[in-house]
Design a protein around this ligand. Sequence first.
Ligand SMILES: Cc1ncc(COP(=O)(O)O)c(C=O)c1O
Length: 380
Amino acid sequence: MDQSKREEPEKSLCTRIAACFTQHRSEAARPAAVCGRPRIGLFAQGGILRDGAWQVYRLDQPITDAVFEAGGFPLGHQHLRSIAGTDDFQLDLAALHAAVQRDREDDLQPFCVVANAGTTNTGAIDPLAAIADFCEREGLWFHVDGSYGAFGRLDPRIASRYRGMERADSLTLDPHKWLSVPYECGCALVRNREQLVATFAVPPPDYLRETLGDVRFTDYSMQLSRGFHALKLWIAFMSAGRSGLVALVSLHNALARHLAELIDDTPELERMAPVELSTVCFRAVPPRLRSDDAALDAFNKAVMREVQLEGEAFLSGATLRGFFVLRACVLHPMTTEEDIVALVGAVQRAVGRLRGVSTCIRRTDTRQSAIESDIRRRKQ
Ligand SMILES: Cc1ncc(COP(=O)(O)O)c(C=O)c1O
């Protein structure tokens, strides 16, 4: 076989795609916010969101706002359209379609859709292929926020859920989240390198003109001097290998599913979202508070604090459809099944303390033993 022909497609892909390492994901979102505009001509006309008419569409989830405001250049609230989520906390395509159409009728200028390859709150993966189709049809920049969840693609069990991610115009990744790369290491992959360079390049100063090589990282973002963030990722790849990373991500997803099962089997706990990746959202529902949403919110905030203060496990919180929920996210490489059991135990102890029922249900207590024997039974 003619080797040069065989290598051609890969080579051309590598020279087209640009990878730009940043300190964190929020900054990595910037290419999407800025590069999306040359595609539709505004940048060429010399304006950066000059008239306030440019619109970005994203799931109604606070983190995305923060990201686009912090890192995405001067995108204020007026440029951000919140799109409702479905019952599964994914971007609602029908709502997206309607919003874009409405804005066009109002002479606004849609330019970018931010899809999630794993949301922060629940780990939901948006219907990426359908969103890619929509962006293609409508001439919109297709950005995928994969900072947390894109690495879930390594888990063979759910790899097909990511269909369409490969069509993104830009994709952000945070190796410092799931790949255990030390903080901070964010990365933006931009499909069309020329577009990225056209957006960010500035003429190099005299003293550098002859020394910069073909790839000038200063042309990829606002940053000039930069640290060698890619080295940390390279070390993670080299030490774990692809198979090690596949095993890590698959294990975390399995542990999250196991946690979901334990929660589903515990009458006083209620799961609040489907589990796609390594994130599980749930809440405690003591019978006497069951019909009082405000009291349940206050109770669960107190449970979160109790668990954090006790120090055996760590839970964060999130708000889903107006309810406060406890959020467990498995990302640490040393997390084991025992830790998952311990987390449920810590929540139960906190619930017990807050109800004043028990002050010291330890891991070895009856309920915990019941959970442990349940795990053993499932394994057999
Ligand atoms: C999906 C998603 N996007 C963006 C971010 C922001 O990442 P960073 O703090 O690295 O900028 C997070 C943080 O958790 C996230 O989960």
